[in-house]
Design a protein. Structure first.
Length: 154
């Protein structure tokens, strides 16, 4: 069985969307790892702080305490930067999704014009008129109305 996804060609916008989405996911994973590291280091700092307060810390532990605090601050800054970067990426991703959706709507409208052999504006006017005279509010209700009203061919 062949993979149908590999047979489908992506548009340039879809390829760009996939690239941005992968980058977004990678950054989100990095943020998660940094957050875990901060949590672990904060726990270690807490233990070292207790030793320091009790006066039982060694110079090596004091050095480790300062090193971990510095690492935590660096990670927090990195998370802040990566979060801002991801927010910008997310805006770009959403904009691309909207563009792709609108492009698809344009293609669907063109197909509809070919099938119905009339312009979209004419089709919309006709549907609005039919909905009004049949006292229905959507296409599904209109179809049900027509099926009940017209004799069936069965």
């Amino acid at each position: 069985m062949t993979d149908t996804k590999s047979q489908i060609e992506l548009t340039p916008k879809e390829s760009e969307l996939n690239t941005k989405q992968k980058k977004y996911d990678e950054i989100r994973e990095q943020i998660s790892k940094l957050t875990t590291s901060i949590n672990n280091d904060t726990t270690k700092v807490g233990r070292l702080a207790i030793l320091k307060i009790d006066g039982h810390s060694t110079p090596k532990q004091d050095e480790e305490f300062l090193r971990l605090k510095s690492i935590i601050e660096t990670h927090k800054t990195s998370i802040k930067d990566k979060t801002a970067s991801n927010a910008a990426l997310l805006r770009q991703i959403n904009a691309l999704k909207n563009q792709i959706e609108n492009d698809g709507k344009g293609e669907a409208a063109t197909e509809q014009e070919v099938i119905l052999k009339s312009k979209i504006s004419e089709t919309n006017k006709a549907l609005s008129y039919l909905l009004k005279i049949t006292d229905t509010t959507n296409l599904r209700d209109l179809i049900v109305y027509v099926e009940k009203t017209l004799p069936s061919n069965s």
